[in-house]
Design a protein around this ligand. Structure first.
Ligand code: PSU
Ligand code: MN
Length: 302
């Protein structure tokens, strides 16, 4: 295993000193946001976590190894690599075996974080059950990973391109608790409120940490979703995002976009159709999640 995982000096030092570490994914860098905002955001999110007293560990597969914590030139390499693979659970061994450059999704980042002993992971929005999944069978592997892998995932809910009601049903079936910060309802990525209730509102990092410790102490394993709504001032207007999402979904259908290409396609189309506004919201919500994730990682130390 030591051959397969390589820690950056910063993350290795944090582990040795027992400091809180927060995992970050890289699909959002390679496939979720355009250049150069992707690199700027990746750097800024790391700095937000440092400012909150935790150590960021951006995860990717480079040179046949899982890399936990990336050097500045490696972050840039990922941000400028249109050919980087989008790695979920099924794809990880391929990237490692062939030496291909790979960006990790929520599912793959959870796997790598757990292997590295990291309990908290910050992202933008988790994958979920796609609209029309009753015919496409498109359900993100992120949800199965949440069912099995003991990592807390701080997110702004699931992306509103999904069927959020079915996503919550799936999580319930698999025993994945959805915690919510600051409101009763599950967040909807570009907007704060999905209109659907989360399972448990726990506003403080200490309360969230006690819940997570209790779950794992009971031997229940598996992940926890921590839903952190985007601040209203940075959210998209709901009617605007709903109409544009419907248009982007229709275009994806007409163009036959399927499988792992669909989420990056929709995010890029929504960005274009909102004149860049959705990207500004996406960046804001990830930074907001970084604050919550760093505080949770610190609370879990006590
Ligand atoms: N959140 C974002 N942008 C993204 C993603 C999440 O703000 O690009 C990525 C995550 O890596 C997530 C993936 O795991 O989208 C889901 O892809 P799929 O629907 O193909 O499982
Ligand atoms: Mn999918």
């Amino acid at each position: 295993m030591n051959d397969l995982i390589q820690f950056s000096p910063e993350v290795a030092a944090a582990r040795a000193a027992g400091q809180p570490v927060v995992a970050l994914e890289s699909t959002i860098i390679a496939h979720g946001m355009p250049w150069p905002q992707n690199l700027e955001t990746a750097r800024e999110v790391e700095d937000v976590i440092r400012a909150e007293g935790a150590v960021p560990a951006t995860i990717a597969v480079i040179g046949g190894r899982i890399r936990v914590g990336l050097a500045p030139d490696e972050l840039q390499q990922l941000a400028q690599a249109p050919d980087a693979m989008k790695l979920s659970r099924r794809d990880l061994p391929f990237a490692i075996a062939t030496g291909r450059l790979g960006a990790t999704t929520v599912a793959a980042t959870m796997i790598c974080a757990h292997l590295a002993g990291i309990e908290v992971f910050v992202t933008g929005g988790i994958g979920g059950v796609h609209r029309g999944a009753e015919t496409s069978f498109d359900i993100s592997a992120d949800l199965q990973e949440l069912a099995h892998t003991p990592v807390a995932v701080v997110c702004a809910g699931a992306k509103s391109i999904l069927d959020l009601g079915l996503t919550l049903e799936y999580l319930e079936t698999h025993g994945v608790p959805v915690l919510s910060i600051g409101q009763d309802n599950f967040a909807a990525f570009f907007t704060p409120d999905s209109g659907l209730k989360a399972d448990f509102r726990l506003d403080t990092p200490e309360e969230q940490a006690r819940f997570i410790r209790a779950k794992w102490a009971l031997g229940l394993g598996g992940g926890v979703v921590v839903s952190n709504p985007v601040p209203a001032a940075q959210a998209m207007p709901r009617d605007v995002i709903d109409a544009i999402t419907a248009q982007a979904l229709a275009e994806a259908g007409q163009q036959g976009i399927q499988g792992k290409a669909i989420t990056p396609f929709l995010l890029a189309r929504i960005k274009a159709l909102t004149g860049g506004q959705s990207l500004a919201t996406n960046i804001a919500l990830v930074k907001h999640n970084a604050v919550a994730g760093a505080r949770l990682a610190r609370a879990l130390q006590h």
